[in-house]
Design a protein around this ligand. Structure first.
Ligand SMILES: C[S@@+](CC[C@H](N)C(=O)[O-])C[C@H]1O[C@@H](n2cnc3c(N)ncnc32)[C@H](O)[C@@H]1O
Length: 251
């Protein structure tokens, strides 16, 4: 994916966030909380970290007090300038925002103690090269079943139809192990979001790449069909899927 979509979102909303109203229900735990807890357990004030695909940088900045230094990279200039604004407000000085492609960062071998990707790019070979021996890589990914129902109604969408193929967890495990990583933790999280109204779901879809070309007017009929099918007492249901993984560089 190029940076066009994220530049558009940053321009429209000033961040990687819309104010759509929804509630989440987790049969187990909130995967974002699990990811952050596990990332914090890997943090240390003596460690250098790398954030792959930092977007508006708010998550990165929340981690700053726990690391010596964080390099946060992204290819979207729009997102990076949103991140600069958040950083200025925060007065945090140990986060360094850079326009760098995660696939070929140009950083020296074994530069980082911890690397993370929070729904960002996951170039395993490059990550392995960049980690110090004994270092850790942690990611939270979108799973193959994420938003399956709405993609089926629209007949398209990000990674459409992948729910019929192999599990992403297995794919991630194989790809990471192939470059030398050892898998320490991997888990699927399936949960539900309920959007308060049609307008809230519409707004949400404008700010995420589920349908990169989502258009409130052109897609109205499809979204109304989805609303009819998935309207519950708690709101309009959206099925979510995340995968949290931790890998180690042993040798
Ligand atoms: C879903 S957003 C990540 C959200 C962010 N990590 C957070 O915690 O809020 C994905 C981000 O990855 C960036 N991205 C995609 N491919 C990239 C690449 N090859 N190198 C660097 N950044 C990339 C996009 O520009 C976008 O800002």
């Amino acid at each position: 994916m190029d940076s066009q979509f994220y530049d558009k979102v940053a321009k429209k909303f000033g961040s990687y966030h819309t104010d759509s109203s929804y509630i989440s229900e987790y049969p187990e735990k909130d995967p974002e909380k699990v990811f952050k807890e596990k990332l914090l357990s890997l943090s240390d004030k003596n460690k250098n970290a790398l954030d792959l695909g930092c977007a508006d940088g708010r998550f990165t900045l929340s981690l700053a007090p726990h690391f010596k230094e964080i390099i946060a990279i992204d290819i979207s200039e729009g997102m990076l300038s949103a991140a600069e604004k958040f950083q200025k407000k925060s007065k945090i000085t140990n986060v360094f925002l850079k326009k760098v492609d995660a696939d070929a960062t140009g950083f020296a071998d074994e530069s980082f103690d911890v690397v993370w990707s929070r729904r960002g790019p996951t170039p395993y070979k490059e990550i392995y090269r960049l980690l110090k021996k004994g270092g850790n890589y942690i990611e939270i990914d979108i799973g193959e079943k994420d938003c399956q129902g709405i993609k089926e109604v629209f007949g398209k969408g990000q990674n459409y139809g992948d729910w019929k193929k192999e599990s992403y967890l297995t794919k991630i495990k194989n790809e990471a192990q192939n470059v030398g990583f050892e898998a320490f933790y991997m888990k699927d999280f399936i949960y539900s979001e309920y959007y308060a109204s049609y307008n809230d779901l519409d707004l949400f879809l404008q700010g995420v790449p589920i349908f990169e070309d989502f258009d409130s007017k052109k897609d109205k009929k499809l979204l109304e069909t989805y609303e009819r099918k998935f309207k519950k007492d708690k709101g309009i249901l959206l099925e979510r899927h995340r995968i949290v993984s931790i890998f180690g560089k042993i040798n």
